[in-house]
Design a protein around this ligand. Structure first.
Ligand code: BDR
Ligand code: CA
Length: 315
């Protein structure tokens, strides 16, 4: 089983990513970051999900603001708490004493060459960890990111939320040199629970399935209202699939760079999908070296079915 650390901002789809990673990988820890809601809320939400599902996993608090500027939250989609829609249990344990940045470094060193770092919120913790420990990139088996898009954005027409919420951090992470996977909004917005799938969760026996069904209903309603989508997109769990069922996503190797200064495009991921070969001599810009495996499609129904099975396996 793949050893994995999930760096997240729960978040409805983050909650699913945690539950899936804990069942289908060896989840060595969870680190929290600002994003869908304040750090206080995302940390509390991570602990509440662990309590709900009976997971004994260390949770380390991370950064409450991006490298530059103020935090952006996603209350339109995730509600004020970051995880509205269900009554969740009071957390039965506290975050560990270590800061997320230190915990990421410590776990990567302990599991050298084996640890996958799944980054499914703004990338502030990871950027700071890379800055503090320059060997970090070489210690990781992979970094797998939910963030960016090869096509449309969500928070702006051009930018996806996680990258927009800390573009300087995302730029540092994409440039770090670790084997990098990107599950962007282009694929994740088409990979989600349908209403009948949420109903199927609701019919599940455990308390976890019941609470998750309530959460997903709230989230689907928000996606319908705000984006006119008829699915609840499971953005974050898509980043974990390459290490569980690699056959359910298609990737291409590409250069990904983050726009930091555009008036309309700050936070956009510029993915070079031109399939540019050697040979042009005119004005066509040369391709940069690929730095990521970028998801271009998913087998959404099969992927979601795997996710539902994982959620239904909880008490
Ligand atoms: C990403 O933003 C957050 O709202 C979700 O949790 C996901 O990580 C999608 O753009
Ligand atoms: Ca997230």
């Amino acid at each position: 089983m793949t050893k994995i650390l999930v760096d997240c901002d729960p978040g409805h789809d983050d909650a699913i990513a945690i539950l899936f990673a804990a069942r289908r990988c060896e989840l060595v820890g969870i680190t929290t970051v600002h994003g869908n809601a304040s750090l206080e809320n995302t940390t509390r939400n991570a602990l509440a999900i662990c309590t709900l599902a009976g997971l004994d996993v260390p949770v380390a608090r991370g950064c409450e603001a991006p490298l530059v500027g103020a935090a952006t939250h996603a209350g339109d989609i995730h509600g004020r708490s970051g995880l509205d829609g269900a009554v969740l249990p009071e957390p039965d344990h506290a975050p560990i004493d270590a800061h997320a940045v230190d915990f990421i470094i410590e776990q990567a060193e302990r599991h050298k060459g084996e640890l996958v770092l799944a980054v499914v919120g703004p990338q502030t913790n990871v950027a700071l960890a890379l800055r503090r420990e320059p060997r970090l990139a070489s210690w990781l088996k992979a970094i797998t990111i939910m963030g960016g898009s090869t096509t449309v954005g969500n928070i702006t027409p051009a930018a996806e939320f996680n990258v927009y919420a800390d573009p300087e951090a995302a730029a540092a992470v994409f440039a770090c040199g670790a084997p990098t996977w990107m599950a962007g909004y282009n694929v994740t917005r088409q990979t989600g629970f349908t209403q009948p799938e949420i109903d199927r969760l609701r019919r599940g026996r455990g308390r976890t399935a019941a609470a998750i069904a309530d959460l997903m209903q709230f989230y689907l309603d928000g996606q319908r209202r705000v984006f006119g989508l008829d699915i609840a997109p499971m953005h974050d769990v898509c980043a974990i699939f390459p290490f569980v069922r690699p056959d359910l996503l298609t990737h291409v190797e590409a250069s990904v760079e983050v726009e930091l200064s555009g008036r309309l495009t700050r936070g956009m991921t510029v993915c070079d999908l031109r399939n540019k070969r050697a040979g042009a001599t005119g004005a066509i810009q040369e391709a940069r070296r690929p730095n990521a495996r970028v998801a271009t499609s998913s087998d959404a129904r099969a992927l979601i079915s795997e996710v539902i099975d994982a959620v239904l396996s909880y008490p």
